[in-house]
Design a protein around this ligand. Structure first.
Ligand SMILES: Cc1ncc(COP(=O)(O)O)c(C=O)c1O
Length: 395
């Protein structure tokens, strides 16, 4: 029985699942840096192309290193099938576009990563697909937004950057009553802390660029769901349009999965320690951490997540000026728009990831000019707290 099929615990699956060992018996998974494949005979070539016999034909379609990454992700997520993509945005775009055609309608939560919101508001309409954006925590708003032609629901939870948590099981029910499918962007929760498919979602997407790599090196993405969903809606789009993950990046991500639980656990501990150290600080007007009992959706978190988060967000006094003073005074923690890295990072959403939104749209989402998103890395928590508290003196 392979590690993909036996019900080992997640940590074990992340080290062993999906391994394809070559004739050389290597310990570490091989990197198949190849575009194509040669065939022993023309007959075998014909049979593989027609699908009569299994086998690789071209790395835009599939590749052994990509397959190992996909199978390991599927084993972790508890999904029947997975397909890797070049970036998280390729996964999100394909996951949405594969479910709709001209004349269809999408309902999505308003609180989305900027590029995801752009795809829904700006890109889908060019192909005749309309959308309604709702407050994701308001279940009545999801119900009211449904139209006869609604085919897909989309949400991320916890959201970027306010770490709002949406009741995935309840939204999945609303979607299914409307004969629509629910796609969940599970980047912030990671596959370790939240399993949207178990909660009723039809499709899960990741930017593997974040915690899955976790060391700031490569871009990648993955789409997971049932075998039927993947075959009916995504398989051909991915093969024919080609947002393929490079085998090299697949290898980096595959090897990173082995250490994912160790890294995410330590990053979560660090985020929680920082959040607790900041609670009640006089320069902070708002603190959001999914692992604290004062989180606005603490009940839902207990119900659908296994732990808090590697991220916490806080609003400093003084708006943009206060935030910039804080960011510029940090010595250890880097200013960036990325997250999930071994290095602790801070982001100012108003001027980066959510710059495209109008000030009114940001206010509606609770993204104030003083809001800062902190992504905890693997450093010693005392060094992080020292850096943050020293920089806070400048606010
Ligand atoms: C929630 C979320 N979804 C999707 C993406 C897109 O991922 P990528 O940058 O790998 O395309 C990001 C990236 O920041 C993200 O934060």
């Amino acid at each position: 029985m392979s590690a993909s099929t036996k019900t080992y615990r997640p940590e074990t699956r992340l080290v062993h699942a999906g391994t394809l060992r070559s004739q050389f018996g290597e310990t570490s998974e091989a990197l198949f840096l190849t575009q194509g494949y040669v065939y022993p005979t023309a007959e075998e070539c014909e049979a593989r192309f027609s699908g009569k016999i299994p086998g690789y034909v071209y790395s835009r379609y599939s590749n052994p290193t990509m397959s190992m990454f996909e199978q390991r992700m599927a084993a972790l997520e508890g999904a029947e099938a997975a397909r890797s993509t070049a970036t998280g945005m390729a996964a999100v775009t394909t996951a949405l576009m594969g479910l709709v055609r001209a004349g269809d309608h999408v309902v999505a939560a308003k609180a989305l990563f900027g590029s995801c919101r752009w795809v829904i508001e700006e890109w889908l309409p060019r192909f005749g697909v309309t959308s309604t954006l709702v407050n994701g925590t308001d279940l009545n708003a999801w119900k009211k937004a449904v139209q006869k032609n609604t085919k897909a629901f989309f949400l991320e939870s916890p959201t970027n950057p306010t770490l709002e948590v949406i009741d995935i099981a309840a939204v999945a029910d609303i979607a299914h009553n409307a004969s629509a499918r629910l796609v969940v962007d599970n980047v912030f929760a990671t596959p370790l802390y939240q399993s949207p498919l178990t909660l009723g979602a039809d499709c899960v997407v990741y930017s593997a660029t974040k915690h899955i790599d976790g060391q700031g090196r490569v871009l990648g993405g993955v789409i997971l769901g049932s075998e039927k969903l993947i075959l009916d809606h995504y398989h051909q789009i991915l093969r024919q349009t080609g947002p393929s993950l490079s085998p090299f990046n697949a290898w980096v991500l595959l090897k990173s999965l082995e250490t994912l639980p160790v890294r995410v656990q330590r990053q979560t501990d660090n985020a929680g320690t920082v959040a607790n150290a900041l609670a009640g600080h006089k320069k902070i007007t708002r603190l959001i951490y999914p692992g604290r009992p004062d989180h606005p959706q603490a009940d839902i978190i207990r119900k659908q997540m296994r732990a808090g988060s590697t991220l916490c967000s806080f609003e400093v006094r003084g708006g943009k000026e206060g935030a910039f003073r804080f960011l510029n005074a940090l010595q250890l923690i880097g200013i960036t728009n990325n997250l999930g890295d071994a290095k602790s990072l801070v982001t100012h959403p108003t001027t980066t990831t959510h710059q495209r939104l109008t000030p009114e749209q940001r206010t509606e989402l609770g993204i104030g000019d003083g809001l800062i998103r902190f992504s905890a890395g693997l450093e010693h928590p005392d060094d992080l707290i020292e850096d943050i508290l020293t920089a806070m003196e400048k606010v």
